[in-house]
Design a protein around this ligand. Structure first.
Ligand code: HAM
Length: 410
């Protein structure tokens, strides 16, 4: 028997309905903040992602050559593609641009719960605003979106300038390695790596920076950094809006394009793969041949949010099973059409079974049965049976539709 590729998933109807319901809540929050949806191709020139996406992601990419010999990659993330699109299509549009996307990404990772090779991101990019308020808006939006999903989580906000200040004397390559250890919270590896270079003090400062939770302490450990005022203003706006967050200057982010403010959210009830959102300020446009535009954005790991929310509920809406005899069939088609026009799910028997078997099936799959035999076809009335209570009534069609309509969701 053929199986789906490793790290991918199939979604049955209950699960798809649960996913769509969360997706629409996210879309609605985006709309209320003035963000509009964009869409980019599923694959791009490989180069788009090798320029700044960071070593980790480059190693995990699905790369292939097309028949024209072009090197392409399935998108491992969407920010780089959105900025490419901005340069191609919207460079002259009035700034800032407020965009969101809901799309799948591909990374060749070791699959486990919450970590897949095909996964969905709900992301936001605010392009062309370089202010504390812009950074704050994106973080506030992240909090509003996560709240709308119903997930419980911790939001951590930091800034790369402090860590960069401490690492300033190291070679760029070593800096990257140290940041990768910090990103993965591998403190022992970090200490070992720095000890071999005779930088035990630096390891201690880094660990205390990662562990401190106030701005004052952070500046004391890392020294004064440019942009202190912007960090303070951003946090002031977050406090004014009532965003719940903790400061964390250990956030290093796995991607190489971030420039300043960074933030991540972690679900309370997930195991190792508990990061459900990541983002920050970044600059990419100048690398792709555009102006050096400042941007800020984030992506929600949609699948992890769904794991955190738990099992999908069974179907929620009311279902009517249309049960008919051969003589009632043409009236039954009309009746089914009328229920559907009224917005009610109506399912007809397709198995050419007898009335009894049709009713037995309806009692498993529907909330009501509408029975149409010879008598109903002639009288114009329908027999409406509530399959939960067994109660049965003879009604005209509008009354039957009204009765089912007033039943509400299960
Ligand atoms: P990222 O942190 O690489 O950031 O991914 C964002 C989120 O996608 C993660 O926090 C995680 O929840 C989810 N995610 C990542 N890999 C997987 C996986 N293999 N399976 C399931 N979920 C996964 C970015 O991609 C940036 N583009 C975010 C951003 C937007 N920064 C600025 N704008």
């Amino acid at each position: 028997m053929l199986q789906k590729p490793r790290g991918t998933r199939d979604f049955l109807p209950d699960e798809m309905e649960a996913r769509r319901s969360v997706e629409w809540r996210l879309r609605d929050v985006g709309r209320r903040w003035g963000y509009r949806e964009v869409c980019t191709p599923e694959f791009e020139d490989l180069e788009l992602f090798t320029m700044r996406s960071g070593e980790g992601i480059i190693e995990e990419m699905y790369v292939f050559e097309d028949k024209g010999g072009r090197k392409l990659a399935l998108r491992p993330e969407i920010t780089a593609a959105v900025i490419r699109m901005y340069i191609n299509e919207a460079k002259v549009a009035p700034k800032p641009l407020r965009w969101y996307y809901f799309a799948d990404c591909f990374r060749y990772e070791r699959p486990q719960k919450g970590r897949y090779r095909q996964f969905w991101q709900f992301g936001v990019e605010l392009i062309g605003a370089d202010t504390a308020m812009a950074d704050a808006e994106v973080i506030m939006l992240a909090a509003d979106m996560l709240n709308a999903t119903g997930a419980t989580y911790e939001l951590k906000v930091g800034h790369l300038a402090l860590m960069k200040n401490l690492l300033a004397d190291l070679e760029p390559d070593t800096q990257r390695k140290v940041r990768a250890h910090l990103d993965k919270r591998e403190y022992d590896n970090l200490k070992d790596a720095l000890a071999t270079m005779g930088k035990t003090d630096l390891a201690e400062s880094l660990v205390s920076l990662v562990e401190c939770r106030t701005l004052e302490d952070a500046f004391m450990i890392a020294g004064e950094v440019p942009g202190r005022e912007r960090i303070e203003k951003t946090l002031y706006a977050l406090d004014a809006y009532g965003v719940k967050y903790t400061l964390n200057f250990g956030i290093a982010r796995g991607l190489d394009y971030y420039t300043g403010t960074v933030f991540e959210a972690f679900a309370d009830n997930l195991g190792a793969e508990n990061q459900i959102l990541g983002g920050g300020t970044y600059r990419l446009a100048h690398l792709f041949g555009g102006d050096d535009v400042a941007s800020c954005g984030f992506a929600i790991g949609f699948d992890r949010v769904m794991v955190s929310l738990g099992e999908a509920k069974p179907r929620q809406d009311t279902v009517v099973g249309i049960v008919c005899t051969e003589e009632g069939r043409s009236r039954a088609l009309e009746v089914a059409g009328a229920f559907r026009t009224a917005g009610i799910r109506a399912e007809m028997d397709l198995m050419e079974r007898g009335l009894g078997a049709q009713l037995a099936h309806a009692s498993k799959s529907a909330d009501f049965a509408v029975v149409i035999g010879k008598r109903e076809a002639e009288s114009g009335l329908v027999t409406l049976k509530n399959l939960k209570t067994g109660e049965q009534k003879s009604l005209d069609l509008p009354a039957a539709i009204a009765e089912v309509g007033s039943h509400g969701a299960r």
